[in-house]
Ligand binder design. Sequence first.
Ligand code: GDP
Ligand code: IMO
Ligand code: MG
Length: 424
Amino acid sequence: MQVDVLLGLQWGDEGKGKIVDVLCPNYEMIARFQGGPNAGHTLEFDGQKYVLNTIPSGIFNKGTLNLIGNGVVIDPITLKRELDTLKKNGFDPVADGKLVIARKAHLILPTHQLLDAASESKMGAGKIGSTLKGIGPTYMDKTGRNGLRVGDTTLPDFMERYQRLVEKHKSILSHYGEIPDFSEREQAFLAAIEFLKTIPHVDSEHLVNQYLRDGKSILAEGAQGTLLDIDFGSYPFVTSSNTTTAGACTGLGVSPAKIGRVIGIFKAYCTRVGGGPFPTELANETGEKLRQLGHEFGATTGRARRTGWIDLPALKYAVMLNGVTELVMTKADVLSGFDTIQVCTHYLQNGEKIDYMPYDIISVPPEPVYETLPGWHENLCHITEPGQIPQTLQDYIAYLERHLGIPIRYLSVGPDRMQTLVLS
Ligand code: GDP
Ligand code: IMO
Ligand code: MG
């Protein structure tokens, strides 16, 4: 058996949660491998909407185990809140034995969040636009070899380790100015640590490989998107983890030789939330129309998402980096009602026409070169069969497949899990 991977090919919010929920009946395990509560994965079914931040999106399927892998950074307060909300809605994955956490996953402390906020406010206009969930500072402590891990919570000297790290954070924070009072949050954190101990802790590398040896199927669920990858994204306007397929290997403890299908997901257009370059951004009425029709407001922070046309050089880059074997296109319904659709096929940079993502997209922003395609007006929300897809949308799909060189296997035409078509 191999581990299949599903991940975002743009700047996040491509609809990963929805599609993992659709695919999870085919899998015995769903595993998050990177990121943390900066993610907001939305699922809709039976008229209910759920937003998951840390918990994998396989949680609503009976037979699926959900693993929060070692590459994830965990805010125990958020995780507890997510589980409390699920419980109110009649789901108790801990009691049902459907959720396990890697011992090696790192903990987000209240002071990591203060550091995130202090760093962002210091940057002023050039800020990243972080979700302020403490992601960057936590990964910094991980690579700086100072971090606290889930497994540490059961050690007798956990509180001493915690205090030592907090003291270090306080000394850094004092350089930024006055340290805000975090006593209330600290209390909530320590209470949530006790709660965290009630969720089974596992060695994800052993669990994942045992599953594979037993012939059980696993889907790794990405967070964020390829263009937010710490190495290959629009640095420094990125997140602090590897959001690409390689991240699934280090974030779960699985060999690259064991990676199977790589399912790349993208919107029929493009969005970005936070700062940083966005070559095809539409800072105009059309962009506003996309935002309103697509309800493009962040699932985690509620911020308005920036919107624009689809960007083929960026998508090709993402397909290459991830070794994508098949595609999912979401939000095709949002494009209904546009007479024409623009597709960015190339960029112009320094007077040169290029069809790849150049090193510097910040100081010399690449200018998008568009091809105009006919749009469609049919309402797609109720279609259930590929045969009902309007011809112009079929042409759009064929056009994208031709340019990206891989098939679009699933088409999403609405937020509900039922609004998903299998194309091939
Ligand atoms: P994720 O972070 O990749 O899981 O995506 P988000 O949940 O942050 O954002 C995707 C948003 O689009 C959510 O509100 C979904 O309910 C919604 N969504 C997903 N697929 C579709 C679709 O095909 N059509 C429409 N209209 N909405 C969708
Ligand atoms: P999902 O999994 C969209 C963006 C932030 C910011 C940058 C760095 O729902 O697709 P961070 O909090 O990581 O320090 O923020 O990355 N960002 C996301 N944008 N979807 C996400 O997750 C994101 N997670 C982080 O807006 O620009
Ligand atoms: Mg999201």
